[in-house]
Design a binder for this molecule. Structure first.
Ligand SMILES: [Zn+2]
Ligand SMILES: [Zn+2]
Length: 339
């Protein structure tokens, strides 16, 4: 066999020798490609959807789709170096790696990668006060001026959860949130997200959930609803200290039907009903004081009483394995207790 163009008897790629093959226009790459990025969330528009994706991979795929190759090339892929995803045109040296028979050929091309910037629908709704649901977080006895402190754990949980979904789910944003009498309100872009948060509060904190909605108009021929989701937390939250039959307990877990307690003195686990009338609240998690540790032993800790700075010896709760510079304490029956 010999090359049909020059008659060479070297190794052939199809009908041509390597030299003749490389003299052809093997790869016809576009001068530039375009990516669309949202300047709100940094997501890219890809195959009909705004997504949190690797834009370099996306660029490589688009480049492949827009490259014309000589019929002898069996496969091609583009190697694109990482570049800053900022608005404008980036001149990027891209490497085309093509396969002919059992050989790979590498050729460099300078390609203009243009990043066009706009707002995805989710971000534009967010910037326009859009919301589908109001989630009302409530707990009996929460004073409105302290709601953010008293509900600090639950609030942080909600904010973290929204953050973790932002950009991956449509309208996963908070339009606004803040303290209201009796708790906190969250204006949420997506009803799906709002219901998810409520479900998490039920699982994790034993909250009860009440949903209602009102029709606020029509969109694309469908009724448009706005939801209100009332999430009522049980009176006792994780980390609170309560007294039960004159003994102190740390609330270890809360569910709809069971309050799991840990004895402050002996560390024993105890389960009771959340509405047991013998429960006496002692301190909310947010009200615990921190006492400076002077010294500690296996069964006791010496601390400075945070109110009068006298040194006192208190019992060390068995579950306090590590002792730092301070320990949480409460005053109960006129005595200080490490909890
Ligand atoms: Zn040839
Ligand atoms: Zn966006």
């Amino acid at each position: 066999m010999f090359c049909v163009e020059c008659g060479s008897e070297e190794k052939l790629y199809g009908a041509l020798c390597r030299e003749c093959l490389l003299s052809k226009d093997l790869i016809n790459a576009p001068s530039h490609i375009e990516l669309e990025m949202c300047h709100g969330c940094g997501n890219f528009y890809d195959r009909g959807r705004w997504q949190n994706i690797d834009y370099v991979e996306q660029a490589s795929r688009i480049l492949k789709e827009q490259t014309k190759t000589h019929k002898q090339i069996e496969d091609i892929h583009w190697d694109i170096p990482k570049f800053e995803p900022v608005k404008g045109e980036h001149r990027v040296i891209c490497q085309a790696i093509s396969t002919i028979g059992d050989q790979e050929f590498e050729l460099d091309f300078e390609i203009g990668v243009r990043i066009r910037v706009q707002m995805c629908p989710s971000c534009s709704r967010q910037s326009s006060d859009y919301y589908e649901a109001i989630l009302q977080l409530r707990r009996d006895g929460v004073a409105s001026k302290d709601a953010e402190i008293e509900l600090a754990i639950e609030n942080q949980q909600i904010l973290n959860y929204v953050d973790s979904l932002a950009g991956n789910e449509d309208n996963a944003f908070l339009t606004k949130w803040g303290v209201v009498p009796g708790g906190m309100d969250y204006y949420i872009g997506s009803i799906v997200l709002a219901k998810n948060i409520a479900a998490r509060m039920r699982e994790g904190y034993g909250a009860t959930i009440k949903e209602s909605n009102t029709m606020v108009g029509m969109k694309d021929g469908q009724d448009l609803y706005r939801w209100t989701i009332l999430v009522r937390l049980p009176n006792h939250g994780r980390g609170d200290i309560i007294a039960y039959e004159k003994k102190l307990y740390l609330v270890d877990a809360v569910s709809r039907k069971v309050l799991t307690l840990k004895g402050v003195a002996k560390g024993q686990i105890y389960r009771i009903q959340p509405d047991d009338s013998k429960i006496k609240p002692v301190a909310k998690y947010s009200q615990l004081m921190e006492a400076v540790v002077v010294s500690h032993e296996a069964k006791t800790i010496q601390v400075l009483d945070p109110e009068n700075y006298k040194t006192v010896t208190v019992l060390r709760p068995p579950y306090l394995k590590q002792i730092g510079e301070t320990v949480p304490v409460v005053r109960y029956d006129e005595q200080l207790h490490a909890v």
